[in-house]
Design a binder for this molecule. Structure first.
Ligand SMILES: Cc1cc2nc3c(=O)[nH]c(=O)nc-3n(C[C@H](O)[C@H](O)[C@H](O)COP(=O)(O)O)c2cc1C
Length: 402
């Protein structure tokens, strides 16, 4: 085939795929808006998404939310779910984890779904494709996902424009009405200077985030997780704190480090020592990213795919890591607990282990938007059943009972 013919054929395939995705998005959005019930999502909308690949379903879900086609959130967060962290009032502690809205396209749609906060990213300095497809796998039998996206990112410049546009559109609103959005930073695969990638992220986008996350725990970028080692982490934190402290905004956004669930006891002790240093203290931890382990309980034929595993099989590992990090940091640092949360009980376990906020991603891919309201309602009931008036009273309660 001639070069020009091949180009025309590729362009036409691309056009068809775009039309298909757009139609799918519109159809899916319309269905969801029309029938926002939990049963409809569980039995119709979410199973129907499984006819397309996991990655296409993700793209459709992001577009749907970006267009604001999310079911109206009718649940009013009760005062018991309110929690104040870093001087910010969160109307509920359930957030959307990084990786869903990688390019900052769907923040407001996701906030409207009822999340108390949304984390965008991971975003890398330069745009990059990520790993070859397929790179996301549904482990339906385990309600889990394995992904090896490898930081597909539209890059700082594009994300900056979107965040700037949003900030301008919301400038007239009081801070508490703008919705809390964190920014999660990654590094380019071939970057010769990882530290500089994170510093650039803080310098360029930092003033637009309500909190900032240094992601050194994704398993899909070679060498990244080594940055959790004692010396490397201390050096990285020194540099990013310097960049954060030089930001031209007040208050300066809190800086968090996101860690893996696959750490040895020594690794955890080292991280705790570094993040609580007087001269270079971070403002919080996100615990945890996906795991590279494969629990023996996995049933899905995709269980041997390479990448990070998320969802229920990660839950206990992640909660144990929250508990360890809370103990090792003497409860001094706010912890966002994440990994396998799909019910109020799961969220409550993370809170009792030491998390002040909780995030999720995988369960949303299986259950859709009604999940958020269900988790909040269940968490409120669990708090009350144990005699707590607020989330804050329950944070770290496991440690006090022993
Ligand atoms: C498809 C997918 C992509 C992800 N991408 C990122 C990412 O870019 N940056 C990041 O810090 N975490 C990423 N994560 C990890 C999640 O933020 C979260 O830490 C992990 O999935 C555990 O939560 P879950 O079990 O509720 O999904 C990703 C997870 C999934 C499933």
């Amino acid at each position: 085939m001639q070069l020009s013919e091949r180009a025309i054929s590729m362009a036409s395939k691309f056009k068809s795929a775009t039309v298909l995705l757009s139609c799918g998005t519109a159809l899916f959005g319309g269905m969801c808006l029309g029938f926002g019930s939990e049963k409809f999502y569980r039995e119709v909308a979410m199973p129907s998404m499984r006819v397309v690949s996991a990655e296409s379903a993700h793209v459709i879900a992001v577009k749907t939310a970006a267009w604001g086609l999310v079911p109206w959130n009718t649940y009013k967060d009760p005062p018991s779910l309110g929690v104040t962290v870093w001087g910010r009032q969160f109307s509920n502690p359930i957030g959307l984890a990084a990786g869903f809205d990688k390019h900052a396209q769907a923040m407001d749609g996701m906030l409207r779904m009822g999340f108390g906060f949304v984390e965008v990213g991971s975003v890398t300095p330069e745009p990059q494709e990520g790993n070859p497809k397929p790179r996301v796998f549904r482990l339906s039998e385990d309600r889990a996902i394995i992904n090896r996206y490898g930081f597909n990112s539209e890059g700082h410049e594009v994300v900056l424009k979107r965040l700037q546009g949003r900030a301008e559109a919301k400038a007239h609103l009081p801070a508490e009405k703008r919705g809390i959005v964190g920014i999660n930073f990654g590094k380019n695969k071939t970057s010769p200077d990882a530290v500089n990638d994170y510093v650039k992220g803080i310098e360029r986008l930092g003033r637009l985030g309500d909190y900032l996350v240094i992601n050194v725990s994704s398993p899909n970028t070679p060498g990244l997780r080594k940055m959790q080692g004692r010396e490397q982490l201390a050096h990285l934190i020194d540099k990013v704190l310097e960049a954060r402290d030089a930001l031209p905004c007040t208050p300066r956004p809190p800086l968090l480090v996101k860690i893996a669930p696959d750490l040895t006891q020594q690794d955890k002790e080292d991280i705790a020592a570094v993040v609580t240093r007087k001269e270079g203290k971070v403002d919080g931890l996100i615990v945890t990213n996906t795991t590279i382990t494969r629990p023996a309980s996995l049933q899905s034929p995709h269980k041997a795919e390479g990448g990070g595993l998320s969802g229920p099989p990660l839950r206990h590992m992640a909660t144990d890591t929250v508990r360890d990090m809370y103990r090792l940091t003497q409860g001094e640092l706010p912890i966002i607990g994440v990994g396998g949360v799909s019910s109020g009980q799961d969220a409550y376990e993370k809170i009792k282990a030491g998390a002040c906020l909780v995030q999720l991603y995988t369960a949303l891919a299986y259950e859709g938007p009604p999940l958020v309201k269900r988790i909040k309602r269940e968490l409120d009931e669990l708090l009350r059943a144990d005699g707590y008036n607020t989330v804050s009273e329950a944070i770290g309660s496991d440690h006090r009972q022993k």
